[in-house]
Design a protein around this ligand. Structure first.
Ligand code: SAM
Length: 285
């Protein structure tokens, strides 16, 4: 369906957990994170079914870290089998992916994006507060072995931390036969108050960049998001959320429709900052 500004909305980013095995410095606080209670009803599969009824054809499963869910392959299977859904993709840090990549593919997962912010093991560990680059690379290798095509690596550029690695990532992309996309760090949640130097325009990198601040793409935005605790976010950066909790059937379909119609024309990142009340790992990036 089209939103109030004529944009066709056909893409759902569905967070299936607020939990994560990593604590990236810009995404999650150092200490304990109290995850909002997950939405059991409707289930992620029921939300997708309702979304498909209003024209969603592509679903990206995200989190938190989706691979911490042991039932992820089963969930992928249900979503992929939903009438109207043409593509099911996954965004993951890749560190837990290796043992389940084959099963995910068998259950109907179409494509995988892996987030890797540094190719230097110590720096990777520092950014993720303890993660292993080898584990993430094993996830990438497992994707290839499982037969996934068009696997992408997402790298968030952080000024003074990893922005000197652009050339290394380009060489890595050529060697591995993957596309690396450089993403602008957005001032949201734990990094909202970081110094300006940390926010480098991704447009300075070669290749594919995702630059929501320096080159906003709101006019062609085709997505809605649903958080793991069951709230529909019409825009990543708006404070507006519509609760889907406890809804089913026609009520659920109508709530998704209302969420699409509530999509704002544009985000306010460049001038007023993000109005989102949540950290990124609670929303699903
Ligand atoms: N755990 C999964 C992963 O690492 O890809 C999925 C969730 S994570 C929140 C999704 C993506 O959001 C990651 O690529 C992460 O780097 C990105 N992200 C988190 N906070 C961000 C921010 N403030 N600005 C830009 N990207 C961000």
């Amino acid at each position: 369906m089209r939103d109030s500004f004529g944009r066709r909305i056909d893409y759902l980013r569905l967070s299936v957990t607020g939990g994560c095995n990593l604590r990236c410095i810009y995404c999650r606080p150092a200490g304990e994170v109290s995850c909002p209670s997950p939405c059991r009803a409707p289930s992620p599969a029921e939300i997708v079914e309702a979304a498909a009824e209003v024209g969603i054809t592509k679903v990206r499963i995200t989190g938190g870290e989706p691979c911490i869910r042991g039932d992820l392959p089963e969930l992928v299977g249900k979503i992929a089998a939903t009438s109207g859904i043409e593509e099911v993709c996954l965004t993951t840090n890749g560190t837990l992916l290796a043992p389940m990549a084959g099963e995910l593919r068998a259950m109907g997962l179409s494509r995988v994006n892996i987030s890797i912010d540094s190719l230097i093991p110590e720096r990777y560990r520092a950014i993720t507060r303890g993660g292993s680059l080898d584990d993430a690379l094993a996830g990438l290798a497992a994707c290839k072995a499982a037969g996934f095509e068009n696997t992408k690596v997402n790298c968030v550029l952080i000024g003074g931390v990893n922005d000197g690695e652009v050339d290394a990532f380009d060489s890595f992309a050529a060697e591995q036969g993957v596309e690396v996309r450089f993403i602008e760090l957005m001032p949201l949640g734990v990094c909202a108050d970081w110094p300006r130097e940390r926010f480098v325009p991704a447009g300075t990198a070669k290749g594919h960049v995702i630059a929501p601040i320096s080159r906003p793409f709101c006019s062609t935005c085709n997505r809605i998001r649903v958080t793991a605790d069951g709230y529909l976010k019409p825009c990543l950066h708006s404070g507006e959320e519509l609760s889907l909790r406890g809804l089913s059937g026609v009520e659920l379909v109508e709530a998704v429709r209302a969420g699409i119609l509530a999509k704002p024309k544009a985000h306010t990142l460049a001038d007023a900052g993000s109005r989102s009340l949540r950290i990124m790992s609670e929303i699903g990036g």
